[in-house]
Ligand binder design. Structure first.
Ligand code: AMP
Length: 374
């Protein structure tokens, strides 16, 4: 077992977004410094970090200087090039490591991992490179189906829903020549996610599973805990823990799932980092996902993931989201968070707000009640 980082040590974070920012804030509370490495200056993470490196992810000299200045390296988004982590690995401990990153960067590797090593069922899928592959995949899986790029897709980008045979050629023309995957369309009742954390000694903790709602393909709301039967919630948590263990991961991992009408869960995506659907944990759990991530990465014992309140998290997206800020600030039951982004562009996540409710209250509330005032 690796010794825990001493207070005052420095956690290096690849990526300058809000996930790194909130990790740095949590790490500071535990007595650590953070050094953010990102290509963009004045990023949300850099604004709250002790040190910053503004350089491309491919800059070997900058990466070497960064590794010399930090005690451990983590990343806050999974599109950091794997080669960056590979360059850093001989120079500093990387948590999570490059193997976990690679699996989560590629939808084909991710699906094979989920249904193989992790034992989490997924929707039927086929790899697609050519139009012939796509025709064969559609013949096997049927329509409707979803065609996705295997890499660099997020918030619904790089996807097309195929409903009729006429949709096939235009979708292929739009998404090819990138490697693609065709998935069966899942008639889900709800989208759930669960966030697990695994420490350097292999111990795990898991937050309550939550129910997520999207708007324009971007997460809009998370309801914590998910209003589903207890056995479904437990299965969702178990799946997330299995993923953390099978990835041999140190840090936080989020598993997004579809809930079918028969109560079955299908894995959709893995994020080997803190996740938007876990922001509620900052205000409704003793040790939120960012603190857990910092603890794991620093080699500390994990904290308690127990939920002391129920919560509803609302993302503040674009100018429309920002327009709610003043009203949310005035509410005694809401914890508001802003990420320090200079431009309030449409579709950009600028902050979030977590409405805190007494533990157990959410189950008896309608959506309208849970969202009143949001
Ligand atoms: P993803 O980028 O894979 O997380 O997909 C973004 C969103 O598209 C998901 O949160 C779902 O709402 C929807 N979606 C993705 N894959 C499927 C599928 N196979 N069946 C139905 N809806 C899907």
């Amino acid at each position: 077992m690796t010794a825990p980082l001493k207070p005052g040590s420095t956690i290096g974070i690849l990526g300058g977004g809000q996930l790194g920012r909130m990790t740095a804030l949590a790490a500071a509370r535990l007595g650590y410094r953070c050094h953010v490495y990102a290509p963009e200056a004045d990023s949300p993470g850099m604004q709250v970090a002790d040190a910053a490196t503004v350089a491309p992810y491919e800059d070997a000299a900058a990466l070497a200087r960064f590794s010399a200045a930090v005690d451990v390296v983590t990343f806050e988004f999974e599109n950091v090039p794997a080669a960056t982590l590979e360059a850093l690995a001989p120079l500093a401990p990387c948590r999570p490591g490059v193997a976990a990153l690679r699996i989560c960067q590629d939808r084909l590797a991710e699906k094979a991992f989920l249904e193989g090593r992790a034992g989490v069922p997924v929707a039927p899928w086929r790899a697609v490179e050519t139009e012939q592959d796509l025709a064969a995949a559609v013949a096997e899986i049927g329509l409707p189906a979803v065609l996705k790029t295997t890499r660099l897709g997020y918030d619904g980008r790089g996807q097309a829903v195929l409903r009729t045979p006429e949709d096939i050629a235009p979708a292929f023309a739009r998404l090819a020549p990138k490697p693609l995957v065709l998935e069966g369309f899942v008639p889900f009742m709800a989208e759930l996610s669960a966030i697990a954390v695994r420490g350097v000694d292999g111990t795990t903790a898991v937050f309550d599973a939550v129910e997520n709602r999207h708007r324009h393909h971007i997460l809009d709301l998370s309801f914590a805990p998910a209003r589903v039967p207890a056995e479904v919630a437990t299965a969702a948590q178990r799946h997330a823990v299995r993923v953390a263990e099978a990835l041999d991961l140190v840090g936080v991992v989020a598993l997004e799932m579809f809930l079918l009408p028969n109560g079955e869960l299908l894995g959709n995506e893995i994020a080997p980092r803190p996740h938007n659907s876990g922001h509620w944990t900052i205000d409704a759990c003793l040790a939120g996902q960012f603190e857990q991530h910092a603890r794991a990465v620093a080699g500390l014992p994990l904290g308690s993931a127990v939920r002391h309140h129920d919560a509803v998290m609302l993302n503040l997206v674009g100018p429309e989201g920002l327009a709610r800020w003043d009203r949310l600030l005035g509410r005694p039951d809401v914890a508001p968070h802003l990420y320090g982004k200079a431009e309030a562009r449409v579709g950009r996540k600028l902050g979030h707000a977590t409405r805190i409710l007494p533990r157990g209250a959410l189950a008896a509330m309608t959506d309208a009640e849970a969202l009143s005032g949001f």
